[in-house]
Design a protein around this ligand. Structure first.
Ligand code: LLP
Length: 456
């Protein structure tokens, strides 16, 4: 084994194990030596549709939604899927069909939800910078509620609603000042960041808002961050704001309390490698499951007798997708083995942007020594990497790899940097696959651009 390589558990037959374990993470697993998505070998999809390719499992998306939904069954609730995590129309349609609502942050997301057959009346509209035209569109379409993040925004919503002769349903986002979340760029629930209003100010804000004639104070919202892998911060934040929520409910007759999203998922290597032993580890016992989430939160929320909204994104979409890429070259320098693949940071920016971990597995499993490798893309930046110094099987040109858990904040954060077209996306149901986003033709990457008149 080369220097720097570390022995990692060899993948086992994953299908029987995945469904036998108490918490199936997803439907991407090996059968024999091939990685499958549900009933299809992923390599077949890669050959048919090319790479880089996002592949989504409809069953995984559905299962995660259902598990969260059923864990909260004892209270009136709505799961508002955070569209920002994955806004593909087919993904939105899948969740709309399950009765889900949506957490949106722009007019574009509202229009997407509608294009996918979702109802505006099941949408909550968050974000610190809603423009006049966005507010107007949301009012005209009849969203369930705005999540207002400042008093100037409340006044703006009131003014526009008055002009349209409508009453705008609003909630105010309370910042519970609880630090949580995986990375400084994704914590949101402390006074250090731009989101929401401090708990101490909220009652005054509601008093003043109650005087605005075109607002209906419909709810209250909080969200503390993303990729939170323990229940404790959620329970702490809900517990902290609960007395306030009760007072506001009594005084203003609020209908709902949104406890936000942020439920973390497992990006860990041992999981997707499918070791049955993994489930016996302390780490497995620590996993945030809907059952644990509900067990801690329901006792706090049940007595409120309010409608509870949740805004999960990653929990539903994260493990529901992978990014498939193909090895272009192997390059060995003095110290390192670089595996140069055809996907890049423009397709999946999370490792470059947040130093995020994505497990990387070959579509054809292989045994043997592992080699400490850097998997990198073709973009001209040293930040364009998917992993560094990671023990991977020995790879060759033309091999296919899967970047796991790429269903959330993957394709939505893709760009045309380096004039690279956006990847294609495929949705799998059982043995069927459908292209739910065609690969962007290269010419489209400059669509809308023009020469200045003096240049022709
Ligand atoms: N609700 C609000 C108000 C949010 O700001 C967010 C995420 C969510 C719900 C959904 O959070 P989730 O359940 O997906 O954790 N791009 C980053 C994550 C940014 C999250 C932003 N807000 C990443 O790739 O990790």
């Amino acid at each position: 084994m080369p220097v720097g390589a570390r022995a990692v558990p060899q993948p086992q037959a994953a299908v029987p194990f995945l469904w036998a374990n108490p918490d199936p993470m997803h439907d991407f697993c090996y059968r024999g030596d091939k990685l499958y998505c549900e009933g299809l070998p992923v390599e077949r999809l890669a050959k048919e549709f090319g790479t880089p390719l996002y592949v989504y499992s409809e069953h995984t998306l559905t299962e995660h939604f259902r598990r969260l939904d059923s864990s909260m069954a004892s209270i009136e609730h709505t799961i508002c899927f955070a569209v920002k995590s994955n806004s593909n129309l087919a993904v939105l349609k899948t969740l709309a069909a399950l009765g889900g609502g949506f957490d949106i942050v722009s007019a574009g997301e509202l229009q997407r939800v509608m294009a996918a057959g979702g109802e505006p009346g099941r949408c909550v509209f968050a974000g610190v910078g809603k423009s006049e035209s966005e507010i107007e569109l949301a009012l005209r379409r009849g969203i369930y509620s705005f999540t207002a993040e400042s008093e100037p925004e409340l006044r703006r919503i009131d003014r526009i609603a008055g002009r349209l002769k409508k009453v705008a349903p609003v909630a105010v986002r309370v910042n519970p000042n609880v630090a949580a979340g995986g990375h400084r760029k994704i914590t949101t629930g402390t006074y250090e960041n731009k989101f929401g209003l401090a708990q101490e100010e909220i009652e005054g804000v509601y008093e003043r808002a109650a005087k605005l004639r075109h607002l209906r104070l419909r709810g209250i919202q909080m969200h503390i961050g993303s990729q939170i892998t323990e229940v404790a911060p959620f329970a702490k934040a809900v517990g902290k704001v609960l007395p306030l929520v009760k007072r506001l409910q009594q005084r203003h007759g609020l209908e709902f309390f949104s406890i936000g999203g942020g439920l973390g998922i497992v990006y860990d290597p041992a999981l997707a490698s499918g070791s049955p032993e993994w489930w016996k580890t302390a780490q497995a016992r620590e996993i945030l499951t809907p059952a644990k989430y509900a067990a801690r939160l329901l006792p706090l929320l049940e007595p409120l007798r309010m409608r509870i909204l949740m805004e999960p994104g990653r929990f539903i979409s994260g493990n529901g997708g992978i990014l498939v890429t193909r090895v272009q070259y192997l390059k060995r320098t003095g110290k390192k083995t670089f595996v140069i693949v055809d996907a890049a940071m423009n397709d999946l920016i999370r490792p470059a942007f947040y130093e995020a971990y994505h497990e990387i597995v070959p579509l054809r499993r292989r045994n043997g020594a592992r080699i400490s490798s850097d998997v990198v893309g073709p973009i001209c930046e040293s930040g364009d990497y998917f992993c560094r110094d990671r023990p991977l099987p020995s790879l060759g040109e033309g091999d296919y790899l899967a970047l796991m858990s790429a269903g959330a904040y993957g394709s939505v954060m893709a760009s045309n940097y380096n004039s690279r077209p956006l990847p294609a996306e495929v949705l799998v149901r059982g043995r069927r696959a459908a292209v739910v986003r065609r690969r962007q033709p290269t010419q489209e990457t400059w669509r809308g651009e023009a020469l200045a008149p003096w240049q022709s």
